[in-house]
Design a protein around this ligand. Structure first.
Ligand code: SF4
Ligand code: SF4
Ligand code: SF4
Ligand code: FES
Length: 946
């Protein structure tokens, strides 16, 4: 394996339809109009020396190294800022150009430390390369004059260092921060010789910097450099793989020395990220080698016993005999399993196959249950597919962007940067969120409308928007006539037109001023291409599925479907939420969302799997826990999911797990759920296995093994071994064979193979004979279900109401630097930014409770109590408090309740009636938590010492 070197074209790609042909050093080349001479030259195979240009940012023209000569023109223009023109004849080499370039390099080098041999960038430094390319042999000006060689290093960021003595003030970093990331954290301060890069006049850690790494990526010298490279040296080979954090699904090059990762570099050819990254994927990979990783299988008879390390063979044999014993004693339905949205498609598919075919029941569920199950239900009912409608690049064609219940700058950062770029180009923005998220007002982006609704009133807001569209004559009648079920449409039109659905009538429920809501609805309906992006603020409600259908109704009524720039787009939280749903992880569906009661589908699987399958849906997670509390459900196999921390009503989950006789946890770490486990299978990280992830755009990307599984087995191998031990044979040699089976049995995946993904880079399902290279935008010309179906979306307030005892509404969300339950990010230096969950509270609510900034407060609901520190802020409105759920000690789900989406059972995490009061000590639950953790650590120490 070699180090993958991507070509730097110097300036960004252009996509104009008009093409121009020119000649560079005698070679003809044809490029889209607007392309720079520099880029055209690279495309012609004639690279021009450069320093201040790189293809992730627009040309700046400051270094003057890229000078060229153009026949018929005077002077030596910079090729990066000169546009290609038809018939141009360009010369990149001449004695005059060579002399000029050497002069430029001489100046740079005279103010640069001459420590190339000991510099961390040695061998991977553009300044060094260019000195060689232009043939610089001597520096006439000496090194004694005024210089920057003693400038102070900034090592405040945990992941990269800034060494200004090496800076050539090319401004690539500043432009990357502005153009690629959209954060504007960097500036060039001062002028001429005094000019220098500054992180807002302070250090990187305390600046606006969000550690995306774009500046580090853009820097041509060792000025901005990953600390891991400084410590370990340059990598020697690389593997292209996919980020294992969020549903954006960024492609990365894992760069390694032997089997040690040196750095993760965003892959320019990645179709979801185009070479950009966020702090998690770029830097927070240290958890993969964290000392807490469990590397040996472990078993114990009781959850109070110490763990005993055993061989893989013994662990798997024991697991199989326990599950067989339980089924023999309590019946076939007494066991089940949970698939993971963090594992690959192949691994997820295998777990559900094991359960359906090996366990002989349909008791399989996935953590997607607690996040995006309403997306599947709502979009399938209205459009016919359980997935988002667009690819990310579609946002480039959006004129109006409506973000509902999502916080992309924190939860989907790379797509947020893409979206912000479009907003800076002039797209309009509507934000529907109880909280003033960053997008409402951030550097160079400001929402046209922020509708700060009361948590739990999404459906009222979407109905009121639809009311405006219908009653003000803004329906796209042609689209509806041609594309939708007219009977359902007429019923819906009548329903939303009712006065009780007007913005004015619903104002007291939603808290959104009617005039703002009307204006936002008009903008959405008439502002050109309008795209909806939404997150868990839509789905995790008692009316989550209703709201998804409400958004689908609005998009259909305004014709915002079936082309670029529009659509209804879920932003998926975890890397493979889409994939885990696609793979048949729900108790009622086989892969490709086909119901288990469907005779022909079931027959297909029965034939392929050589086993009789049940035709009734099995138990959901919550049903399994209920049954465990009732004593009828006794064994569970949980792959890569910490239900104790991520599922609602922690006390209920605890009781359910405690009622089981065999809990098998397969994970990287001894997570909270493992405190109740009897068998632990050490899982493998994304760097240790082959497979695929499917992101929020339905994009299937390869996960490639960069290092061997640290504990000896990849997750799919563990499931296969478990299945074989149970007596249901599985004999795959490689995950590509599992994908071949998925493709054979799933029409939307029929054309997917590892070879095709390797060839195309990635592929978006549906991928089959009709769409051999995949489907970036869905529902073009017609909906998957035929006619689009409008659904009546009656607003029914949640049963979770504020009372005198619990007068505030708690809503929850994510923060940039942490990920879900913190299992991965909390084991990295990301803790520098967010070491604990904080409760945001409005100044008025804080004042009436005597709460000051940083006070410890008790957060109490009828389900339970926890404590955390308060942050007083107007980001939340009076009456609403907000926290994140990343740290086990906070136990945000101790306070969330049992209410759930009526259609899918997705928990209502976003609305909990609570009280907040000053607290002197931690809650009882937290004391217990610490005690359990202490015991776990002791148990672990005992195991290691065995
Ligand atoms: S890491 Fe990202 S946000 Fe921070 S300064 Fe660099 S480009 Fe800007
Ligand atoms: S830090 Fe790097 S990218 Fe930024 S101006 Fe200096 S040399 Fe250029
Ligand atoms: S945006 Fe998501 S997929 Fe991309 S690097 Fe960040 S966490 Fe990974
Ligand atoms: S690369 Fe063109 S002026 Fe610097």
């Amino acid at each position: 394996m070699a180090l993958i070197q991507e070509t730097d074209y110097g300036t960004p790609i252009r996509t104009a339809e008009t093409m121009v042909t020119l000649e560079i050093d005698g070679k003809p080349v044809t490029v889209p109009a607007g392309t720079s001479v520099m880029r055209a030259a690279v495309e012609a195979g004639v690279p021009v020396p450069k320093l201040c240009a790189t293809d992730s940012v627009e040309a700046f023209g400051s270094c003057r190294l890229c000078l060229v000569e153009v026949e018929g023109r005077r002077g030596t223009p910079a090729s990066c800022t000169t546009l290609a023109e038809p018939g141009m004849k360009v010369h990149t080499q001449s004695p005059k150009l060579a002399k000029l370039r050497r002069g430029v390099m001489e100046l740079y080098i005279s103010d640069h430390p001459l420590d190339c041999l000991t510099c961390a960038a040695n061998g991977n430094c553009e300044l060094q390369d260019m000195a060689g390319v232009v043939g610089l042999r001597e520096v006439r000006y000496g090194y004694e004059g005024a210089n920057h060689l003693k400038s102070k290093k900034d090592e405040s960021n945990p992941y990269f260092a800034f060494e200004p003595s090496k800076c050539i003030v090319c401004s690539r970093c500043v432009r990357a921060c502005e153009e690629v990331q959209g954060t504007f954290a960097l500036t060039i301060e001062g002028r001429g010789f005094a000019s220098k890069v500054s992180a807002g006049g302070t250090d990187f850690l305390s600046s606006e910097c969000v550690s995306c790494g774009a500046c580090v990526q853009a820097c041509p010298t060792a000025t901005l450099m990953e600390k891991s490279v400084i410590a370990k040296g340059q990598a020697e080979h690389s593997v292209v793989t996919t980020c294992a954090y969020c549903g954006v699904g960024c492609s990365f090059k894992a760069e390694l020395q032997g089997s040690e990762v040196v750095r993760m570099v965003p892959f320019k050819d990645g179709k979801a990220n185009h070479g950009h990254s966020c702090v998690k994927g770029r830097f927070a990979w240290g958890y993969t080698t964290h000392k807490d990783r469990i590397l040996k299988p472990m078993v114990r008879a009781k959850i109070t016993d110490p763990w005993r390390e055993v061989t893989w063979e013994e662990a798997i044999k024991h697991a199989a005999s326990e599950f067989k014993r339980i089924q023999a004693k309590y019946g076939r339905e007494s066991i089940g399993g949970i698939t993971s949205s963090r594992c690959t498609n192949e691994e997820t598919y295998l777990v559900q196959k094991l359960i359906r075919a090996g366990f002989g029941n349909n008791n399989v569920d996935t953590c997607a249950r607690v996040c995006h199950s309403p997306t599947g239900y709502g979009l399938r009912t209205t459009f016919g597919t359980s997935a988002g409608t667009q690819d990310f690049d579609s946002v480039d064609a959006a004129d109006v962007i409506m973000v509902i219940g999502a916080n992309p700058t924190d939860a989907h950062p790379v797509f947020a940067s893409h979206m912000k770029k479009r907003l800076r180009e002039g797209a309009r923005l509507i934000v529907v969120d109880p909280r003033r998220i960053d997008l409402v007002k951030t550097a160079h982006v400001k929402a046209d409308y922020h509708l700060p609704l009361q948590p739990g009133t999404n459906v009222a807001v979407i109905d009121a928007m639809a009311h405006v569209v219908v009653t003000e004559g803004l329906v796209n009648e042609k689209f509806v006539q041609e594309r939708c079920d007219l009977e359902a449409f007429e019923q819906w039109r009548k329903f939303v037109a009712e006065e009780r659905n007007s913005p004015e009538a619903l104002e007291s429920a939603t808290g959104v001023p009617a005039a703002d809501l009307r204006a936002a609805a008009r903008l959405y309906a008439t502002g050109g291409n309008a795209a909806i992006y939404y997150g868990l603020g839509v789905t995790e409600h008692s009316q989550g599925s209703t709201m998804v259908m409400g958004m689908a109704n609005l998009a259909m009524a305004t014709g915002n479907l079936g082309k670029r720039g529009v659509g209804v787009n879920p932003l998926r939280g975890q890397n493979n939420v889409q994939g885990s749903c696609d793979m048949g992880s729900f108790p009622h569906e086989f892969s490709g969302y086909r119901h288990v009661s469907d005779e022909s589908t079931r027959k297909l699987f029965e034939q392929a799997w050589q086993v009789e399958l049940q035709n009734e849906p099995g138990l959901r997670i919550s049903n399994m826990l209920d049954a465990a509390c009732e004593g009828t459900f006794k064994g569970i196999y949980i792959q890569g999911e910490d239900i104790l921390q991520s599922d609602p009503n922690t006390k209920h989950v605890t009781a359910g797990l405690a009622g089981m006789e065999c809990v098998i946890v397969q994970d990287l770490f001894l997570n909270e759920t493992a405190s109740y486990a009897h068998i632990f299978f050490p899982g493998s990280s994304f760097l240790e296995k082959d497979g695929t992830f499917t992101n929020a755009e339905r994009r299937i990307s390869r996960v490639r093994k960069a290092v061997p599984p640290t504990a000896g087995m990849a997750d799919w191998e563990i499931t296969q071994a478990f299945s074989n031990a149970l007596g249901y044979p599985m004999n795959y040699n490689h995950p590509s064979e599992i994908m071949a089976e998925i493709a054979r049995l799933t029409p939307t995946f029929a054309g997917v193979t590892f070879e095709k993904i390797d060839e195309l880079g990635s592929v978006q399902w549906p991928c089959n004979d009709k769409a051999p290279e995949g489907t970036p935008v869905m529902h073009i010309g017609g909906f998957v279900r035929g006619k689009g179906r409008f659904m009546i979306t009656e607003f029914i307030p949640t049963d979770e109401r504020t009372t005198g005892r619990f007068p505030l509404i708690l809503t929850t969300g994510r923060i940039l630097t942490q990920y879900n339950v913190g299992a991965q990010t909390a084991r990295t230096e990301n803790n520098v930014w967010h070491p604990e969950d904080i409760l945001e509270i409005h100044p008025l609510d804080a004042e009436t409770r005597g709460i000051r900034e940083g006070d410890r407060v008790a957060l109490t609901s009828r389900a339970g109590e926890t404590t955390l520190h308060a942050h007083i802020t107007e980001r939340v409105q009076p009456g609403v408090v907000y926290t994140t759920f990343h740290h086990g000690f906070t136990g945000a789900n101790v306070v969330t309740t049992e209410f759930e989406d009526w259609a899918t059972g997705c928990p209502e995490y976003k609305v909990t009636a609570v009280q907040v009061a000053l607290a002197r000590k931690m809650s009882e639950w937290q004391e217990q938590y610490l005690e359990t953790r202490k015991q776990t650590t002791q148990i672990l120490t005992g195991a290691a010492g065995d």
